[in-house]
Design a binder for this molecule. Structure first.
Ligand SMILES: [Zn+2]
Length: 481
């Protein structure tokens, strides 16, 4: 038993002794927390990567993973989808059900274009990943991600930029690099980076415009800038990088306009959200009247009472979803009349439409290399990110098992949550295990030396006995006779 204990102790001590001779960088690598940067180019449709040469997107695909189509969440608007990416929830569950909303309990309206969005209560039906990471002792950094400059559950990201549309992409990247490459105690584990294009150009030009080619190429250059800055900072091989978007973009036409004024009087309802999924609140007692006026009004528009919204859209169970929604068919625009502003591109339509689906590429130590996956759901990204960051996911609508094939084999664990307790490892902050192991080695070696000396001495005749032998050789012989 003692031998077994000694054997085990000796092996463990030898391993620790070996660790003593590892380069310091290797010791750091053993314990470096994982880092992940999530980038969104607003409105970057899934097929833009093959429309013009996009060498930077393709380099990530070659070195990492590429998901050809991502089913995002209904409605396919910016705020809903950005919040789904960082919560893994459908919009009915996270509460950001559109870019424009009305909450009857709060008796407030929300608009992404006003300060109303800074009321925390809009966001607190869910917990974004940056809050979860910080509560677990990590750090996060946010460069303009929708909602990231709002105090949610008492917290801002550890580092963040107040929203400022005029801050150039390059400046946002500078902050991200700074946050990721800070000394270990201050470095962020999770970063989010947002850029408004190609969404803005897509709305103005329409996705079919040849001018969009240059816009898409410009986004690829921006991605190239990010990659080169990550490389310069020594972060590119260390930080897991996900590049995706919130939605795609559909081509509109001035010939495809539905004018509500033709079918129902404005006096009967309040207009909440904009085309292509218009939220209406009928006046008190007017629900059935408004609905019946709109139900079969136009073949290019579907009217739903809230309780009839198809289950597959996961867009029903929230008081911010209006009693009636009107959904335009792809490419159609719903307006009250033609005097309103008109755009050549838009999103928000059914998330089953390919035109609404965003791009997805990723690379880094957590990901497989040169792997193509045909499709995924955007809500599955959240449990995937939690797995990469080694934190417990909160309840969500996604599933890691749907997307874990994107991960390198060593990242795939039997279960993502809860993570196993961290075994004691070597870190740059604590050399106590090293010192302890060293003492262990010394003690084992000391014991062995004492043991060998003891056995050797026991087998040798004593000095007194040897002297006696030397002085009495004949007597001994005599005695033997
Ligand atoms: Zn968007």
């Amino acid at each position: 038993m003692l031998g077994l204990v000694l054997l085990r102790g000796g092996c463990s001590a030898l391993l620790c002794l070996w660790a003593l001779f590892l380069p310091v960088d290797s010791l750091h690598a053993v314990n470096d927390p994982p880092q992940l940067l999530l980038v969104s180019f607003d409105g970057f449709r899934w097929d833009y990567v093959d429309r013009v040469p996009t060498p930077n997107f393709h380099s990530i695909m070659d070195e990492g993973v590429y998901v050809e189509k991502v089913e995002n969440v209904y409605i396919t608007k910016t705020f809903s989808n950005h919040y789904s990416l960082v919560t893994g929830l459908y919009s009915e569950s996270h509460g950001i059900v559109g870019n424009e909303m009305y909450d009857p309990a709060l008796n407030q309206s929300f608009s992404m274009e006003t300060d109303s969005m800074y009321n925390s209560r809009w966001w607190e039906e869910a917990v974004p990943l940056w809050v979860t990471i910080q509560k677990a002792g990590g750090r996060s950094g946010a460069a303009m991600w929708p909602g990231s400059d709002v105090k949610i559950h008492g917290m801002y990201p550890s580092q963040y930029l107040p929203y400022n549309a005029s801050l150039p992409f390059e400046s946002r990247v500078e902050h991200i690099i700074e946050w990721f490459s800070a000394p270990k105690q201050e470095a962020v584990n999770f970063g989010v980076l947002y850029w408004e294009e190609p969404d803005e150009s897509g709305h103005i030009l329409g996705p079919q415009s040849p001018l969009m080619d240059g816009v898409i190429a410009g986004i690829d250059e921006k991605l190239g800038f990010l990659i080169s800055e990550l490389k310069k900072a020594g972060l590119y091989e260390k930080v897991n990088l996900i590049v995706t978007s919130d939605h795609g973009m559909a081509q509109l036409s001035p010939d495809k306009i539905i004018e509500l004024d033709e079918y129902v009087s404005r006096d009967l309802y309040t207009w909440v959200d904009k085309s292509p999924v218009v939220g209406l609140i009928p006046n008190e007692g007017k629900l059935n009247e408004v609905y019946s006026l709109l139900a079969d009004a136009n073949p290019n528009m579907v009217a739903y009472k809230k309780e009839e919204i198809p289950e597959r859209l996961h867009y029903q169970h929230n008081i911010r979803i209006t009693p009636i929604i009107l959904e335009a068919k792809e490419g159609w625009t719903i307006m009250q009349n033609r005097t309103g502003p008109f755009m050549l591109g838009n999103h928000g339509y059914d998330n089953a439409l390919q035109s609404m689906q965003p791009v997805f590429v990723a690379r880094g130590p957590a990901f497989r290399q040169n792997y193509v996956k045909p499709s995924m759901r955007s809500v599955d990204l959240y449990p995937l990110m939690c797995q990469i960051l080694a934190i417990s996911a909160l309840p969500n609508n996604g599933s890691l098992s749907n997307v874990q094939d994107l991960l390198s084999p060593e990242m795939i664990l039997p279960t993502a949550t809860p993570p196993p307790p961290t075994p004691p490892t070597l870190s740059r902050y604590s050399y106590a295990p090293v010192v302890g192991s060293f003492l262990g080695v010394v003690m084992v070696l000391g014991f062995l030396v004492v043991y060998v000396v003891f056995v050797t001495l026991k087998q040798r005749p004593s000095l007194k006995h040897r002297r006696w032998e030397m002085s009495q050789p004949l007597l001994q012989e005599d005695l033997q006779l």
